[in-house]
Design a binder for this molecule. Structure first.
Ligand code: ADP
Ligand code: ADP
Length: 228
């Protein structure tokens, strides 16, 4: 599903964020990405959804070589990758329905289909009754559930989540985790960067630890492994 071959990323200021990453993530895996601040986790995530380009190396996502992608194929590949951020990134002036439907409108799906699918994903994240609310009227956990609904609306093969519970209290974080687990159970590959030690140590999924731009550890039923 995802493969990186000798991937390096040096930012324009000379920072070596990644220094030779080799990794494979199979279809339907659930992977936690852990590591100290500044280790290269966000860079690793950004390369997978093509927010950043590697300085060297090859990246494959869902059968596409991201480095050899024709311009016209980019939207198609992006549609197959759902992204979730720590700060939700909802559009403040659109209501919840519109925020979620937006991702289907950009692919010009028929109106009726958009309505049906939007209500379906809002049902899954248990926010149907908030369809007409604005993001500012929702709690952090609810806003993140909207972001999850938006990320899954086009049925992506992969979800990339960069610290999705970073701004949430422990109980709300568990709710988000259970939702991610449900989405994974329904067939979506999930790669999630996190600093949530309790969640990683309880869920016992694959853990990839990044330190100084390299994979320091890759465990099948891993643990968090840091004290923060
Ligand atoms: P993490 O997510 O593990 O905290 P990042 O991938 O954000 O790590 O950062 C890895 C390194 O790259 C850090 O030294 C960071 O300061 C640097 N870095 C991240 N983004 C940029 C950027 N846009 N320009 C320059 N340096 C960056
Ligand atoms: P809800 O979403 O129903 O309000 P929670 O968010 O508290 O419930 O928890 C969601 C799920 O995560 C529940 O199945 C609960 O058992 C589990 N859970 C909550 N906290 C922990 C924890 N500290 N360790 C392990 N599992 C937990």
């Amino acid at each position: 599903m995802i493969e990186m071959q000798d991937v390096w990323k040096t930012y324009s200021n000379g920072t070596h964020a990644l220094r030779g990453i080799n990794v494979k993530v199979d279809s339907n895996e659930f992977v936690y990405v852990v590591g100290p601040s500044g280790a290269g986790k966000s860079t690793f995530m950004k390369l997978m959804y093509r927010e950043e380009r590697p300085t060297k190396g090859q990246i494959f996502v869902n059968g596409f070589n991201l480095e050899k992608l024709k311009q016209r194929k980019i939207p198609y590949v992006r549609r197959n990758i759902g992204v979730i951020f720590q700060d939700y990134r909802l559009l403040p002036k659109l209501n919840i329905f519109e925020n979620v439907a937006f991702a289907m409108e950009v692919i010009e799906a028929p109106k009726k289909q958009i309505k049906k699918r939007t209500m379906e994903v809002l049902e899954l994240v248990k926010l149907k009754d908030k369809a007409n609310s604005l993001p500012s009227q929702l709690s952090g956990g609810e806003q993140q559930r909207v972001a999850i609904a938006r990320a899954i609306i086009n049925n992506p093969a992969v979800i990339i989540a960069d610290e999705p519970t970073g701004n949430l209290d422990p109980e709300t974080s568990w709710g988000i985790m259970k939702l991610m687990e449900e989405i994974n159970f329904r067939g979506t590959t999930i790669v999630m960067a996190t600093h949530n030690k309790e969640i990683v140590n309880t869920m016992r999924k694959r853990v990839i630890a990044i330190e100084h731009g390299l994979i320091a550890r890759d465990q099948v039923r891993g643990e968090y492994g840091y004290e923060d």
